[in-house]
Ligand binder design. Sequence first.
Ligand code: ADP
Length: 861
Amino acid sequence: MNGYSSNTEHSIAGIADLVDTILDETSVEEMLKILVERIPSLFSEPENMSVKISWLDEHCESDSYSKPGIILTSDITVNGKKEGFIEIIIAGKDTEIENNADLIHNYEKMLHLISRMISLFFEKRKKVMELDNIEKKMRSYCNKLEDYLFVVNSNGNILDFNTSFETCTGYTAEELHQMNIKDLLTQCSDNFENSPMIKDAAVKGSSTFEFDHRCKSGEIVPMSITCKPLANNDEKTFICVARNISEAKKAELELQESERKYSTIVEKGNDGIIIVQKGLVRFANSKALDITGYEYEDIINERYLKLIPTEDHQRSIEWLNQCNSNIANKAIFHVDLLTKNKQELPVEITGSVIDYEGSEAKLLILRDISERKCIEDILKQERDKLENYLDVAGSIIGIVGVDTNITFVNKKGAEVLGYTKDEIIGASWFDKFLPESVRDITRENFIKVINGEIDPPEYFENLILTKSGEERLIFWHDVPLEDENGKRIGVISSGEDITESRKMEAMLVESENNLKTIFNNIDDLISIHKPHGKFIDVNKAAVSSTGYTKDEMLEMSPKDLVWPGMRPMMDGYTERIMKEKNIIFEIYDVHKNGSLLPHEVNSRLIEYKGEQAIISVARDITERKKAEERLKRYAGELKHSNELKDLFTDIIRHDLLTPASVVKGYTEELIMTINDENALKLAEKVRDNNDRLIELLETATKLAKLQKNEDIVFENMDIVPIFKMVLDSFKTQHEMKEHEIVFTADGPCPSVVNTVIEEVFANLLSNAIKYSPPKSRIEITFSDENNMWKTSVTDFGIGISDKDKPLLFNRFHRADKKGIKGTGLGLAIVKRIIELHGGKYGVEDNPAGHGSVFWVMLKKA
Ligand code: ADP
């Protein structure tokens, strides 16, 4: 056959050979080129043939392709889709010639076969390319994975891995390919195939284990490895995905730690924790249960206010509403918690907002402060006690801080300064309480003490300024206060106010000087001597009147000075002084020149410089002795004058009173007969004045009689009925003035009296009637005054001025009593009679307001 190979098998072999040739060709362009070159050889007349192939975007054609000829085309179809074509041009053939028609027909068949084979090839190639792409893509994905991927066979040899694995292990890819997984995973046994990971993976299809992975650097990285057998392999291989779990491990450890911590805080902490949601307790830790005394079930889902006393509900709700999440800024809530057994327990609560089981809740931390309160109370008590001690202290106590302000002052300090404690505390010591004269220097020294440059003087005197502006002198004792590091933080001062004692000292010095002056200038002889011993001191008078010098006298005893005839008496006197403490005696001392010195000595036992001593004041009684002589003489004369007085009294009684009584009788008769009004008035005046004269004479006689007491006899008599009798005799007078008489006697008042006592009662009663207005009250009372009975006559009359009171009982003293007649002798009689009875008398203002109380006291029987 012409130009056509009849052996189809041969043709197919040629095509297969051609496909094999291009099989390894990677470049499509090159591949097409080979095909264009080699396809003509598959035909019987390759010389007349040119070829053109197009696949996808690539084209290739023979050099002679543009020659005219018969064109045959066949498509390249990949997966049923036309992707290109093969075109051959057969030159120099006339289609009219029959043989040619066969040839062309054969050529067509051949071309079709070729395109079919090439299509299949392309189909396969495309698949490979796709797979290749996928593999590349997958590998790049794998390399991008953070997880480590590696493939091992059942012996543990590393077959493949991604870059993360390389990076993690620190080995190069070459090194890794030579290695066995046992070199990297420390826990892997030699028998890798039988390791639990591989076995599990084979049986279950996948297994996950944690391993410690050793890097090239020696670092151990904990890893979680999931292992899966790879299917479709001749040898058993396993793909492993490993993940660095060091962070997770760390986080887990931290979480465990934190969980432990929180559970410790929540469960074992010292504070109670409760969570409150919508007013209900949703959680309570064991400490909260401890504090409240409730069981968990008693409290969970119960109202939070169950724990709060009713009176604090409002306060508690308000506080709870104010709670926000920022604990630090929040006020602490103090309340007494109501425990299960209805006791109140002081707690301190802090609160914050948390999210609890999906909604807002309040987390409350309760701290039992009962012990702290207790300690606080004890401390407070201690502080108060201490302050009390300091307040009780008689000294001024104060503390001045480094800022020179006062941080403490006790009661005494405040008293002396004249301010309240509040006014003092916090004020500047130097500016407010020290006078300007000492302010700066004291401040300078204080600062030096605080800086540790000097220690305060142990004791010193300084002035302070009180609120009233007065300066007072204080005797100070300062001690620096130090903190635990020895740093000076202030000065504690205790002080005594010595202003007064200083004044006193000055006064004492002055008084001592005065006394000295007196001691030395007094005319009496003053001496101090030891009992039975020598003189310790003598004054100038003693020296000058005895004629001895002071030194000479100090070598002598009082006995040496006494006239020898009287010396034996001196020991007796000394004994008496020691016993009776104070005696007065007369003695004759002897002058140095031998003359006698009559002395009256007043000796007293004293303590002198811690020992017993006798101070004696001796008075020169030469003059008195003379006076005594004179007195004796006068006594005789006096007796004579008393006789004259008696005579005078008798004259009064007999010679004056009798004619006056006669005048009285006649005048009264005269008045009865007179009709003329003027004459009557004159006659009445005569009568009244005569009455006064008689009264005066009678009382004067009485008084004169009373001066002579030798004939008075006393008897035991109840004075109550005596007064009653007197009262009866004044009935007319007090009834005329309509006086209300109140006579009070609790019982008999037996006294030692003479009947003349009536005179006393009569005088007091008549005065009360006389000097008080009509219709007023007069009270007569008897009271018990130890060994005496007191009789008081109280009136509500005009009263007596203080200036008159002391004089009333003197003869003829009359206070200004306008229009009231009297002799001014009545109270003098009272005085004399009471004196004769050894009693007492007096006058006071009526305590009720106006009027007087005249009283007398008489000895009980
Ligand atoms: P007379 O005769 O003046 O009353 P007395 O010696 O009895 O003399 O009293 C002396 C003075 O004391 C009186 O003048 C009168 O001023 C005053 N006197 C005495 N008793 C009272 C009295 N009860 N109330 C006021 N003054 C009195």
